[in-house]
Design a protein around this ligand. Sequence first.
Ligand SMILES: [Zn+2]
Ligand SMILES: [Zn+2]
Length: 419
Amino acid sequence: MNNPDFEIKPLVFPVSSRETELTVRPKFAHAKKVLDSVDSIKILPVHSPVAFNGYLDNWDDEPEAEFIRLEDGTLQIKLTCPVEDEYCVWMKSAGNGRTDATATVFVYALEADLYKMKPLKGDFHLHSTGSDGREAPEFVAAACRCVGMDFMALTDHGNYEPSLKVMKFLQNFDTEFRAFPGEEVHVKDNMVHLVNFGGRASVNDYFREDEERFKREEAPYETELAAELPPDTRFQVGASEWAFDKIREFGGIAIFSHPFWRPDRWAHNYIGMDTIDALMSRCKFDAVEVPGGFCRHTNEGNQLMRCKYEEYSIKKGSPIPVVGVSDSHYHPVLTGEDPFPFMWNYTVVLAEDSSFEAIADAIRDGRSTGVSTYKDDAPQVIGKFRICKYVYFLLREYFPQHDKRCREEGDRMIAFLGR
Ligand SMILES: [Zn+2]
Ligand SMILES: [Zn+2]
Protein backbone atom coordinates (compact mmCIF):
# COMPACT_ATOMS: atom_id res chain seq x y z
CA MET A 1 0.00 0.00 0.00
CA ASN A 2 1.16 3.52 -0.75
CA ASN A 3 2.85 5.33 2.10
CA PRO A 4 0.42 7.94 3.48
CA ASP A 5 3.41 10.25 4.18
CA PHE A 6 3.43 11.07 0.44
CA GLU A 7 0.89 12.78 -1.78
CA ILE A 8 0.91 11.00 -5.15
CA LYS A 9 -0.51 12.69 -8.24
CA PRO A 10 -1.98 11.29 -10.35
CA LEU A 11 -2.69 7.84 -9.01
CA VAL A 12 -4.08 6.61 -12.34
CA PHE A 13 -2.67 7.36 -15.82
CA PRO A 14 -3.74 6.62 -19.37
CA VAL A 15 -1.60 4.00 -21.11
CA SER A 16 0.83 5.76 -23.42
CA SER A 17 4.13 5.23 -25.17
CA ARG A 18 4.91 8.86 -24.33
CA GLU A 19 6.29 10.15 -21.05
CA THR A 20 3.89 11.45 -18.45
CA GLU A 21 4.67 13.16 -15.19
CA LEU A 22 4.15 11.80 -11.71
CA THR A 23 4.65 13.96 -8.63
CA VAL A 24 5.45 12.55 -5.22
CA ARG A 25 5.17 15.24 -2.54
CA PRO A 26 6.36 14.68 1.01
CA LYS A 27 3.61 15.70 3.45
CA PHE A 28 5.85 15.73 6.52
CA ALA A 29 9.46 16.63 7.38
CA HIS A 30 10.40 12.98 7.92
CA ALA A 31 8.97 12.11 4.49
CA LYS A 32 11.01 14.92 2.91
CA LYS A 33 14.14 13.44 4.45
CA VAL A 34 13.38 10.11 2.76
CA LEU A 35 12.78 11.66 -0.67
CA ASP A 36 15.89 13.90 -0.29
CA SER A 37 18.04 10.77 -0.18
CA VAL A 38 16.64 9.31 -3.43
CA ASP A 39 19.22 9.29 -6.24
CA SER A 40 17.83 6.83 -8.77
CA ILE A 41 14.35 5.72 -9.81
CA LYS A 42 13.21 2.73 -11.85
CA ILE A 43 9.73 1.78 -12.90
CA LEU A 44 8.56 -1.82 -12.66
CA PRO A 45 5.22 -3.14 -13.93
CA VAL A 46 3.76 -5.20 -11.10
CA HIS A 47 2.51 -7.94 -13.45
CA SER A 48 5.22 -7.76 -16.10
CA PRO A 49 3.67 -8.36 -19.53
CA VAL A 50 6.85 -10.14 -20.70
CA ALA A 51 8.98 -12.71 -18.94
CA PHE A 52 12.45 -11.71 -17.82
CA ASN A 53 15.09 -14.05 -16.51
CA GLY A 54 16.87 -13.48 -13.26
CA TYR A 55 16.00 -11.48 -10.20
CA LEU A 56 15.53 -7.82 -9.65
CA ASP A 57 19.20 -7.31 -8.81
CA ASN A 58 19.92 -8.02 -12.49
CA TRP A 59 17.85 -5.00 -13.22
CA ASP A 60 20.82 -2.70 -13.41
CA ASP A 61 20.66 -2.62 -17.21
CA GLU A 62 17.15 -1.21 -17.15
CA PRO A 63 17.04 2.52 -17.87
CA GLU A 64 16.51 4.87 -14.98
CA ALA A 65 13.56 7.24 -14.91
CA GLU A 66 14.38 10.93 -15.15
CA PHE A 67 13.29 13.10 -12.29
CA ILE A 68 13.73 16.57 -10.82
CA ARG A 69 13.57 17.60 -7.19
CA LEU A 70 11.64 20.74 -6.20
CA GLU A 71 12.51 22.94 -3.25
CA ASP A 72 9.86 21.45 -0.97
CA GLY A 73 11.28 17.97 -1.62
CA THR A 74 8.64 16.99 -4.22
CA LEU A 75 9.94 14.62 -6.90
CA GLN A 76 8.67 15.16 -10.45
CA ILE A 77 9.21 11.85 -12.19
CA LYS A 78 9.05 11.12 -15.93
CA LEU A 79 7.07 7.96 -16.34
CA THR A 80 6.19 5.85 -19.36
CA CYS A 81 3.42 3.27 -18.95
CA PRO A 82 3.10 1.47 -22.29
CA VAL A 83 0.75 -1.33 -21.15
CA GLU A 84 -2.23 -1.51 -18.82
CA ASP A 85 -0.95 -2.54 -15.41
CA GLU A 86 -0.07 -1.41 -11.93
CA TYR A 87 3.42 0.13 -11.80
CA CYS A 88 5.84 0.20 -8.93
CA VAL A 89 7.97 3.34 -8.80
CA TRP A 90 11.16 2.12 -7.20
CA MET A 91 13.10 4.96 -5.53
CA LYS A 92 16.61 4.10 -4.38
CA SER A 93 19.48 5.72 -2.53
CA ALA A 94 23.18 4.97 -3.08
CA GLY A 95 24.46 2.79 -0.29
CA ASN A 96 21.06 1.31 0.39
CA GLY A 97 21.99 -1.98 -1.29
CA ARG A 98 21.44 -2.93 -4.91
CA THR A 99 17.84 -4.03 -4.58
CA ASP A 100 16.40 -2.35 -1.51
CA ALA A 101 14.18 0.57 -2.29
CA THR A 102 14.24 3.62 -0.06
CA ALA A 103 10.62 4.23 -0.93
CA THR A 104 8.11 2.77 -3.38
CA VAL A 105 4.99 4.24 -4.86
CA PHE A 106 2.25 2.39 -6.73
CA VAL A 107 0.27 3.85 -9.63
CA TYR A 108 -1.96 2.32 -12.33
CA ALA A 109 -2.07 2.82 -16.09
CA LEU A 110 -5.36 2.15 -17.88
CA GLU A 111 -6.40 1.77 -21.51
CA ALA A 112 -8.62 4.62 -22.70
CA ASP A 113 -11.91 2.69 -22.32
CA LEU A 114 -11.41 2.21 -18.56
CA TYR A 115 -9.52 5.45 -17.97
CA LYS A 116 -12.68 7.46 -18.55
CA MET A 117 -14.63 5.38 -16.00
CA LYS A 118 -15.30 6.32 -12.40
CA PRO A 119 -15.04 3.72 -9.63
CA LEU A 120 -18.26 3.59 -7.62
CA LYS A 121 -19.15 1.47 -4.63
CA GLY A 122 -22.76 0.38 -4.27
CA ASP A 123 -25.21 -1.80 -2.41
CA PHE A 124 -28.61 -2.44 -3.93
CA HIS A 125 -30.09 -5.19 -1.85
CA LEU A 126 -30.95 -3.78 1.58
CA HIS A 127 -33.95 -3.86 3.92
CA SER A 128 -35.56 -1.31 6.22
CA THR A 129 -38.71 -1.06 8.35
CA GLY A 130 -40.42 -0.99 4.95
CA SER A 131 -40.28 -4.79 5.34
CA ASP A 132 -38.37 -6.81 7.94
CA GLY A 133 -35.41 -4.48 8.50
CA ARG A 134 -34.63 -2.81 11.82
CA GLU A 135 -34.25 0.87 10.87
CA ALA A 136 -36.21 3.43 8.85
CA PRO A 137 -35.36 3.85 5.14
CA GLU A 138 -33.65 7.21 5.69
CA PHE A 139 -31.43 5.78 8.41
CA VAL A 140 -30.39 2.89 6.15
CA ALA A 141 -29.38 5.42 3.50
CA ALA A 142 -27.25 7.41 5.96
CA ALA A 143 -25.68 4.16 7.16
CA CYS A 144 -24.78 3.22 3.58
CA ARG A 145 -23.00 6.55 3.16
CA CYS A 146 -21.19 5.96 6.46
CA VAL A 147 -19.61 2.80 5.06
CA GLY A 148 -18.52 4.37 1.79
CA MET A 149 -21.32 3.66 -0.66
CA ASP A 150 -21.57 5.96 -3.69
CA PHE A 151 -24.97 4.61 -4.65
CA MET A 152 -27.69 2.39 -3.24
CA ALA A 153 -31.20 1.11 -3.70
CA LEU A 154 -33.39 0.02 -0.84
CA THR A 155 -35.10 -3.25 -1.78
CA ASP A 156 -37.70 -4.09 0.83
CA HIS A 157 -39.63 -7.33 0.43
CA GLY A 158 -42.54 -6.71 -1.92
CA ASN A 159 -42.35 -2.97 -1.23
CA TYR A 160 -41.13 -0.35 -3.67
CA GLU A 161 -42.20 2.82 -1.79
CA PRO A 162 -39.37 2.88 0.81
CA SER A 163 -36.77 3.21 -1.95
CA LEU A 164 -38.53 6.40 -3.10
CA LYS A 165 -38.42 7.75 0.47
CA VAL A 166 -34.64 7.36 0.41
CA MET A 167 -34.39 9.31 -2.85
CA LYS A 168 -36.49 12.11 -1.32
CA PHE A 169 -34.36 12.12 1.85
CA LEU A 170 -31.15 12.66 -0.13
CA GLN A 171 -32.62 15.85 -1.61
CA ASN A 172 -31.84 17.46 1.78
CA PHE A 173 -28.12 17.22 1.06
CA ASP A 174 -25.63 18.56 -1.43
CA THR A 175 -24.11 15.16 -2.05
CA GLU A 176 -22.76 12.93 -4.80
CA PHE A 177 -24.32 9.93 -3.05
CA ARG A 178 -27.10 8.57 -5.26
CA ALA A 179 -30.16 6.49 -4.43
CA PHE A 180 -32.28 4.66 -6.99
CA PRO A 181 -35.64 2.89 -6.85
CA GLY A 182 -35.68 -0.76 -5.88
CA GLU A 183 -37.58 -3.67 -4.38
CA GLU A 184 -37.15 -7.36 -3.72
CA VAL A 185 -39.64 -9.04 -6.03
CA HIS A 186 -41.81 -11.86 -4.69
CA VAL A 187 -44.13 -13.54 -7.09
CA LYS A 188 -46.56 -15.58 -4.99
CA ASP A 189 -45.47 -19.22 -4.53
CA ASN A 190 -42.12 -18.67 -6.24
CA MET A 191 -39.28 -19.39 -3.78
CA VAL A 192 -36.78 -17.60 -6.01
CA HIS A 193 -36.00 -14.06 -4.87
CA LEU A 194 -35.16 -11.33 -7.35
CA VAL A 195 -34.12 -7.73 -7.11
CA ASN A 196 -35.56 -4.96 -9.23
CA PHE A 197 -32.76 -2.40 -9.21
CA GLY A 198 -33.69 1.00 -10.63
CA GLY A 199 -37.00 0.07 -12.30
CA ARG A 200 -39.39 2.98 -12.84
CA ALA A 201 -42.31 0.99 -11.41
CA SER A 202 -42.99 -1.84 -9.02
CA VAL A 203 -43.15 -5.40 -10.33
CA ASN A 204 -44.71 -6.48 -7.01
CA ASP A 205 -47.56 -3.99 -7.52
CA TYR A 206 -47.99 -5.12 -11.12
CA PHE A 207 -48.27 -8.73 -9.95
CA ARG A 208 -50.70 -7.94 -7.11
CA GLU A 209 -52.94 -5.73 -9.26
CA ASP A 210 -54.08 -8.64 -11.38
CA GLU A 211 -52.93 -12.19 -10.69
CA GLU A 212 -54.91 -13.55 -13.65
CA ARG A 213 -52.96 -11.23 -15.95
CA PHE A 214 -49.74 -12.60 -14.44
CA LYS A 215 -50.87 -16.19 -15.10
CA ARG A 216 -51.63 -15.34 -18.73
CA GLU A 217 -48.31 -13.58 -19.21
CA GLU A 218 -46.27 -16.22 -17.39
CA ALA A 219 -47.71 -19.30 -19.17
CA PRO A 220 -45.62 -18.94 -22.37
CA TYR A 221 -42.45 -18.79 -20.24
CA GLU A 222 -43.27 -22.24 -18.84
CA THR A 223 -44.18 -23.60 -22.28
CA GLU A 224 -40.72 -22.65 -23.52
CA LEU A 225 -39.03 -24.73 -20.82
CA ALA A 226 -38.12 -28.37 -21.32
CA ALA A 227 -40.99 -30.73 -20.55
CA GLU A 228 -38.66 -32.94 -18.50
CA LEU A 229 -38.39 -30.26 -15.80
CA PRO A 230 -40.78 -31.04 -12.94
CA PRO A 231 -43.80 -28.69 -12.72
CA ASP A 232 -42.54 -26.85 -9.59
CA THR A 233 -39.21 -26.13 -11.27
CA ARG A 234 -40.93 -25.02 -14.46
CA PHE A 235 -43.04 -22.59 -12.42
CA GLN A 236 -40.05 -21.22 -10.47
CA VAL A 237 -37.98 -20.68 -13.61
CA GLY A 238 -40.92 -19.40 -15.69
CA ALA A 239 -42.13 -16.99 -12.99
CA SER A 240 -38.57 -15.73 -12.38
CA GLU A 241 -37.94 -15.15 -16.07
CA TRP A 242 -41.30 -13.37 -16.39
CA ALA A 243 -40.16 -11.08 -13.53
CA PHE A 244 -36.70 -10.51 -15.10
CA ASP A 245 -38.42 -9.33 -18.29
CA LYS A 246 -40.94 -7.21 -16.37
CA ILE A 247 -38.11 -5.52 -14.43
CA ARG A 248 -36.39 -4.71 -17.71
CA GLU A 249 -39.65 -3.48 -19.24
CA PHE A 250 -39.78 -1.01 -16.32
CA GLY A 251 -36.22 0.09 -17.09
CA GLY A 252 -34.51 -1.75 -14.22
CA ILE A 253 -31.69 -4.21 -13.82
CA ALA A 254 -32.93 -7.74 -13.02
CA ILE A 255 -30.88 -9.58 -10.41
CA PHE A 256 -31.04 -13.23 -9.41
CA SER A 257 -30.65 -13.08 -5.60
CA HIS A 258 -28.97 -15.36 -3.05
CA PRO A 259 -29.39 -18.68 -4.90
CA PHE A 260 -27.74 -20.73 -2.16
CA TRP A 261 -29.74 -19.85 0.91
CA ARG A 262 -30.07 -22.88 3.15
CA PRO A 263 -33.57 -23.91 4.16
CA ASP A 264 -34.47 -22.50 7.56
CA ARG A 265 -36.90 -24.14 9.94
CA TRP A 266 -39.84 -22.98 7.84
CA ALA A 267 -38.12 -24.09 4.63
CA HIS A 268 -38.22 -20.48 3.46
CA ASN A 269 -35.89 -19.50 0.65
CA TYR A 270 -35.37 -23.06 -0.45
CA ILE A 271 -34.38 -23.28 -4.08
CA GLY A 272 -33.76 -26.66 -5.72
CA MET A 273 -30.55 -27.27 -7.64
CA ASP A 274 -32.57 -27.86 -10.82
CA THR A 275 -33.97 -24.33 -10.55
CA ILE A 276 -30.53 -22.83 -9.92
CA ASP A 277 -29.03 -24.76 -12.84
CA ALA A 278 -31.87 -23.84 -15.19
CA LEU A 279 -31.68 -20.13 -14.28
CA MET A 280 -27.88 -20.03 -14.53
CA SER A 281 -27.67 -21.91 -17.83
CA ARG A 282 -30.42 -19.83 -19.45
CA CYS A 283 -28.98 -16.62 -17.97
CA LYS A 284 -32.00 -14.42 -18.63
CA PHE A 285 -31.20 -12.03 -15.76
CA ASP A 286 -28.93 -8.98 -16.03
CA ALA A 287 -26.67 -10.00 -13.12
CA VAL A 288 -26.38 -12.55 -10.37
CA GLU A 289 -25.52 -12.00 -6.71
CA VAL A 290 -22.39 -13.98 -5.95
CA PRO A 291 -21.05 -12.57 -2.70
CA GLY A 292 -23.97 -11.59 -0.51
CA GLY A 293 -25.29 -11.53 3.02
CA PHE A 294 -24.47 -10.01 6.36
CA CYS A 295 -23.89 -13.16 8.41
CA ARG A 296 -20.71 -15.15 8.65
CA HIS A 297 -22.46 -18.40 7.71
CA THR A 298 -23.53 -17.07 4.30
CA ASN A 299 -19.91 -17.35 3.20
CA GLU A 300 -20.37 -21.06 2.45
CA GLY A 301 -23.29 -20.42 0.12
CA ASN A 302 -21.32 -17.59 -1.49
CA GLN A 303 -18.41 -19.93 -2.23
CA LEU A 304 -20.76 -22.53 -3.73
CA MET A 305 -22.35 -19.79 -5.79
CA ARG A 306 -18.92 -18.72 -6.96
CA CYS A 307 -18.28 -22.27 -8.24
CA LYS A 308 -21.61 -22.26 -10.10
CA TYR A 309 -20.93 -18.79 -11.45
CA GLU A 310 -17.54 -19.89 -12.79
CA GLU A 311 -18.91 -23.15 -14.25
CA TYR A 312 -21.70 -21.36 -16.10
CA SER A 313 -19.47 -18.49 -17.21
CA ILE A 314 -17.17 -21.06 -18.82
CA LYS A 315 -20.12 -22.79 -20.50
CA LYS A 316 -21.42 -19.43 -21.75
CA GLY A 317 -17.96 -18.48 -23.03
CA SER A 318 -17.77 -15.18 -21.12
CA PRO A 319 -18.13 -14.06 -17.50
CA ILE A 320 -21.77 -13.67 -16.42
CA PRO A 321 -22.37 -10.14 -15.03
CA VAL A 322 -21.93 -10.24 -11.28
CA VAL A 323 -22.84 -8.05 -8.31
CA GLY A 324 -22.20 -8.20 -4.56
CA VAL A 325 -24.81 -7.07 -2.04
CA SER A 326 -25.31 -7.06 1.70
CA ASP A 327 -29.02 -8.02 1.83
CA SER A 328 -28.69 -6.52 5.29
CA HIS A 329 -31.56 -6.10 7.71
CA TYR A 330 -29.80 -4.02 10.37
CA HIS A 331 -27.20 -1.28 10.18
CA PRO A 332 -25.57 -0.70 13.56
CA VAL A 333 -23.40 2.28 12.63
CA LEU A 334 -23.98 3.91 16.00
CA THR A 335 -23.62 0.90 18.25
CA GLY A 336 -21.88 -1.93 16.41
CA GLU A 337 -18.20 -2.43 16.00
CA ASP A 338 -16.29 -1.60 12.88
CA PRO A 339 -16.29 -3.12 10.33
CA PHE A 340 -20.03 -3.49 10.21
CA PRO A 341 -21.44 -6.75 8.87
CA PHE A 342 -23.48 -4.91 6.27
CA MET A 343 -20.34 -3.76 4.50
CA TRP A 344 -18.92 -7.25 4.05
CA ASN A 345 -20.41 -7.74 0.59
CA TYR A 346 -20.94 -5.02 -1.99
CA THR A 347 -20.41 -4.04 -5.63
CA VAL A 348 -17.75 -1.91 -7.28
CA VAL A 349 -18.59 -0.70 -10.77
CA LEU A 350 -16.51 1.26 -13.25
CA ALA A 351 -19.11 3.59 -14.75
CA GLU A 352 -18.99 6.68 -16.93
CA ASP A 353 -20.79 8.66 -14.24
CA SER A 354 -23.06 8.01 -11.28
CA SER A 355 -26.34 8.07 -13.23
CA PHE A 356 -28.49 4.95 -13.15
CA GLU A 357 -28.02 4.47 -16.91
CA ALA A 358 -24.22 4.51 -16.59
CA ILE A 359 -24.27 2.10 -13.63
CA ALA A 360 -26.69 -0.22 -15.46
CA ASP A 361 -24.41 -0.16 -18.53
CA ALA A 362 -21.43 -1.02 -16.33
CA ILE A 363 -23.26 -4.03 -14.87
CA ARG A 364 -24.43 -5.30 -18.27
CA ASP A 365 -20.98 -4.78 -19.83
CA GLY A 366 -19.16 -6.68 -17.07
CA ARG A 367 -17.52 -3.56 -15.58
CA SER A 368 -18.97 -4.70 -12.29
CA THR A 369 -17.41 -6.78 -9.53
CA GLY A 370 -18.73 -8.45 -6.42
CA VAL A 371 -16.50 -7.68 -3.44
CA SER A 372 -16.39 -9.65 -0.24
CA THR A 373 -14.44 -8.63 2.87
CA TYR A 374 -15.35 -10.57 5.96
CA LYS A 375 -14.17 -8.59 8.97
CA ASP A 376 -10.48 -7.89 8.49
CA ASP A 377 -9.90 -10.60 5.87
CA ALA A 378 -8.24 -9.57 2.61
CA PRO A 379 -10.89 -8.73 0.02
CA GLN A 380 -12.05 -11.19 -2.61
CA VAL A 381 -13.11 -9.61 -5.88
CA ILE A 382 -15.24 -11.52 -8.40
CA GLY A 383 -15.72 -10.60 -12.04
CA LYS A 384 -13.69 -10.23 -15.23
CA PHE A 385 -9.94 -10.59 -14.71
CA ARG A 386 -9.00 -7.17 -16.08
CA ILE A 387 -11.65 -5.40 -14.00
CA CYS A 388 -10.82 -7.36 -10.82
CA LYS A 389 -7.11 -6.55 -11.16
CA TYR A 390 -7.83 -2.81 -11.21
CA VAL A 391 -10.45 -3.06 -8.45
CA TYR A 392 -7.89 -4.72 -6.15
CA PHE A 393 -5.65 -1.68 -6.71
CA LEU A 394 -8.56 0.69 -5.97
CA LEU A 395 -9.47 -1.17 -2.78
CA ARG A 396 -5.92 -0.71 -1.58
CA GLU A 397 -5.01 2.75 -2.88
CA TYR A 398 -8.24 4.68 -3.54
CA PHE A 399 -11.17 3.49 -1.45
CA PRO A 400 -9.70 3.92 2.05
CA GLN A 401 -9.49 7.73 1.60
CA HIS A 402 -12.77 7.80 -0.30
CA ASP A 403 -14.49 5.89 2.53
CA LYS A 404 -13.26 8.41 5.13
CA ARG A 405 -14.85 11.28 3.19
CA CYS A 406 -18.09 9.30 2.87
CA ARG A 407 -18.08 8.53 6.58
CA GLU A 408 -18.02 12.25 7.45
CA GLU A 409 -20.98 12.86 5.17
CA GLY A 410 -22.84 9.81 6.49
CA ASP A 411 -22.33 11.03 10.05
CA ARG A 412 -23.85 14.40 9.10
CA MET A 413 -26.87 12.58 7.64
CA ILE A 414 -27.28 10.55 10.83
CA ALA A 415 -27.03 13.77 12.89
CA PHE A 416 -29.68 15.39 10.66
CA LEU A 417 -32.04 12.48 11.35
CA GLY A 418 -31.36 12.50 15.07
CA ARG A 419 -31.77 16.25 15.54
ZN1 LIG B 1 -34.40 -12.48 -0.33
ZN1 LIG C 1 -33.34 -9.48 0.76
